[in-house]
Write a protein that binds this ligand. Structure first.
Ligand code: NAP
Ligand code: COA
Length: 265
């Protein structure tokens, strides 16, 4: 293993880490020896993830048991309590990943105020709650935060006004706290997944074969991504190899966000 990507003993907490892309991120850190914490709403998903990460850790020689918390990131007190419980036994947090999110396609005029608010509350306020709760424990040299963004943060997308607004806000939280926390030695970066195969997000946005094919045609690399494609960028951002990288928002999208990159129509 490349020494820069050895996370043995590093404390890594992934919010929303119990399925899809974020689970892939949690697995990648656990496979490299990290001491893991994860949180999401569904206790059964949390339980299954803890078991899965324990297996990854066992293979990597990590004996510290992963910790799982069932909570809603819209509840700042629940978020703060989980983080302080994790840090009480683990000491500090080296890598914080904020990835909990909600999405569904809806035209603006058909979206209720509460529908818009729900997504903004989960994605944007949730990211703020997670970062604010973790800040006292981001004390190790090299500590860093990775916020999971989306192409909608920068590219207007029909049926996605709630997600565009929420993720644009997430990117500005990333940049602003990179500025505020840089002097404390805490790096804050974002990762923008492209269309990632088999995930809840893609099932909701491209539910049939025709729409999936249209998505793939728009990706210069001509394939959907995998959770591991996103996790690899997170490993880099959390590693010493990225020691001078902060405030960056890096796509892992096969070039999807590059306007005009299509080779044919
Ligand atoms: P997913 O499997 O639904 O993952 C979302 C995770 O967040 C789950 O673990 C979910 O678990 C948790 N979660 C949702 N609402 C929550 C809440 N209120 N409080 C706490 N946890 C909550 O979706 P995904 O498609 O892999 O997406 C993962 C991330 O990648 C999201 O940030 C998304 O915006 C981003 N992204 C995805 C794609 C894609 O192609 N899928 C593309 C661009 C960006 P519970 O249900 O147990 O709460
Ligand atoms: N179209 C329009 N409005 C919708 C909707 C849809 N498909 N799905 C939910 N809403 C609205 C609801 O009608 C409700 O508004 P109302 O009170 O005015 O009726 C509001 O959104 C909240 O819905 P609710 O089901 O109570 O929210 P929740 O907090 O239980 O769940 C969601 C949050 C809606 C984001 C849900 O889809 C979710 O949990 N998503 C997580 C998984 C996910 O989205 N993964 C992909 C990540 S990219």
């Amino acid at each position: 293993m490349n020494a820069a990507f050895d996370f043995t003993g590093k404390k890594v907490f992934v919010f929303g880490g119990t399925s899809g892309i974020n689970l892939g991120i949690a697995e990648a850190f656990a496979e490299r020896g990290a001491v893991m914490g994860v949180a999401s709403r569904d206790p059964e998903k949390v339980r299954a993830t803890v078991a899965r990460l324990a297996e990854c850790g066992r293979v990597a020689g990590q004996t510290a048991a992963p910790q799982g918390y069932s909570l809603d990131v819209r509840d700042p007190q629940a978020v703060a309590d989980a983080i302080s419980t994790f840090a009480a036994s683990r000491g500090s947090i080296d890598v914080l990943v904020s990835g909990a999110a909600g999405n569904f396609p809806a035209a603006a005029q058909a979206l209720s105020p509460n529908g818009f608010k729900s997504v903004v509350d989960i994605d944007l306020l949730g990211t703020f709650h997670v970062m604010r709760g973790a800040h006292p424990y981001l004390t190790s040299p090299g500590a860093s935060v990775i916020n999971i963004s989306a192409p909608q943060a920068a590219i207007a997308m029909a049926m996605q006004v709630h997600v565009c607004a929420a993720k644009a806000g997430v990117d500005m939280v990333t940049r602003t706290l990179a500025l505020e926390w840089g002097p404390q030695g805490v790096r804050v970066n974002g990762v923008v997944p492209g269309p990632i195969d088999g995930t809840e997000g893609m099932k909701r946005l491209a539910p049939d074969e025709k729409s999936r094919e249209a998505v793939v045609r728009g990706v210069p690399m001509r394939r959907m991504g995998t959770p591991r494609d996103v996790a690899n960028v997170c490993l880099f951002l959390a590693s010493e190899a990225a020691a001078y990288v902060t405030g960056a928002i890096i796509p892992a999208d096969g070039g999807w966000s590059v306007a005009g990159a299509r080779l044919d129509s």
